[in-house]
Ligand binder design. Structure first.
Ligand code: ZN
Length: 373
């Protein structure tokens, strides 16, 4: 199922919207349509704008602009990354904000810190420009003009966005800056672990702040709780992923792949394949036709075939023809990433069009265990 779709490209980077994002636009528009708070002599929120039609138009425009700003924040990270030669695969806007998917980041503290600072710097700059314009415009427009409110509100929210992202809670930008700082004094994995622990403490505090109002008979703050759990999970996952990719550093696919190749032919029947799986205890096989890799067949594919027709169905009919492969000289951590993102358990290893081995998740996990010893 496609959960995100592309809306365009900026600087060659595909920009995508996640479906959850579409749900949040009306929510944000609603929140700002019922909010109107004086802030340094100007109004924050469109609650006082009349008539209602104009109020809602401004609120929706604001919600969309807010996410444009979130996209620009991610673009800030991406631009610095690209200067360091890192490829950016995409920028996706989710319900909780933007995420730039990039290749492995070089583990160089100074580069990482600059990349992390770039996003909040963009938010801060947008915020400053909007606030300056918002405070100068009333000289031309009148003070209560909704356009002034739009600039003022957008300016304030961008400053909040900058401040929030700078909280040293890994995996937020501030946490990355913190890790870069720690990494100048200790090994990278240890620095990540420490930054992740600090991130988790912040997450717990944030979560408590979201729940505590209930003890005063006030409603809980769902946003704080959502963001807190996002930070907590993100911190644990990033710490794990970093220690895996660091321990697999320098390990190539060819070092850990299985080379005793068991392959099957597309003409084999499903019944014969099932017997083979039963005796050899493998869950999947590469399918070879005229010595060329034609597909891959797994136990799951076999289970989809009705028992009565297993004698008359061939492997060629049920195999998966869309196969992801990897080169023997590729890094083991790259293979790991490919398996996780494509949700596959085995990768055929190809060299010059020939199948030379198979790499499974268990091969990788064994390597991680051995390398971290
Ligand atoms: Zn950021």
């Amino acid at each position: 199922m496609k959960s995100a779709f592309q809306i365009g490209k900026i600087a060659g980077i595909p920009v995508r919207l996640h479906l959850t994002f579409l749900a949040i636009i009306p929510v944000i528009a609603y929140i700002f349509a019922i909010t109107s708070v004086p802030f340094f002599g100007k109004l924050y929120g469109f609650g006082a704008v009349e008539p209602p039609l104009i109020r809602w138009i401004y609120s929706f425009v604001f919600a969309i602009l807010l996410f444009v700003c979130v996209g620009l924040h991610e673009l800030g990270h991406s631009m610095v990354a690209m200067r360091y030669g890192i490829k950016i695969k995409s920028i996706t806007l989710y319900i909780i904000g933007g995420v730039a998917a990039m290749e492995e980041i070089p583990r160089k503290p100074s580069k990482e810190a600059l990349m992390a600072v770039a996003g909040p710097a963009v938010s801060g700059a947008i915020g400053a420009i909007c606030i300056i314009l918002g405070s100068k415009l009333p000289i031309i427009l009148n003070n209560g003009h909704p356009f002034t409110t739009l600039l003022w509100t957008l300016g304030i929210i961008n400053i909040i966005l900058m401040g929030f992202n700078l909280i040293p809670a890994f995996p937020m930008d501030g946490g990355r800056i913190l890790r870069a700082g720690l990494a100048t004094k200790m090994p990278y994995v240890a620095a990540t672990r420490q930054a992740a622990s600090i991130g988790k403490i912040f997450a717990v505090i944030m979560g408590l702040m979201g729940v505590i109002p209930i003890t005063y008979g006030q409603p809980i703050n769902p946003w704080l709780i959502i963001i807190a759990s996002f930070i907590y999970i993100g911190a644990s996952e990033e710490a794990k992923a970093t220690s895996i990719s660091v321990s697999l550093e320098g390990v190539q696919v060819k070092d850990i792949m299985s080379t005793d190749l068991q392959t099957v032919s597309p003409d084999m029947t499903v019944r014969e394949l099932l017997n083979m799986m039963f005796h050899e205890k493998h869950r999947s096989y590469p399918v070879l036709q005229n010595n060329k890799l034609a597909g891959i067949v797994t136990l799951t594919d076999v289970q989809k075939v009705d028992k009565e027709i297993r004698d008359s169905t061939n492997v060629g009919d049920i195999m998966v023809k869309k196969i992801y492969v990897i080169e023997p000289h590729a890094g083991a951590s790259e293979a790991m990433k490919k398996m996780v993102t494509m949700r596959i358990r085995r990768l055929p290893v190809m060299e010059n069009g020939n199948l030379v081995g198979v790499l499974s998740r268990s091969d990788l996990l064994r390597a991680v265990e051995l390398c971290s010893e």
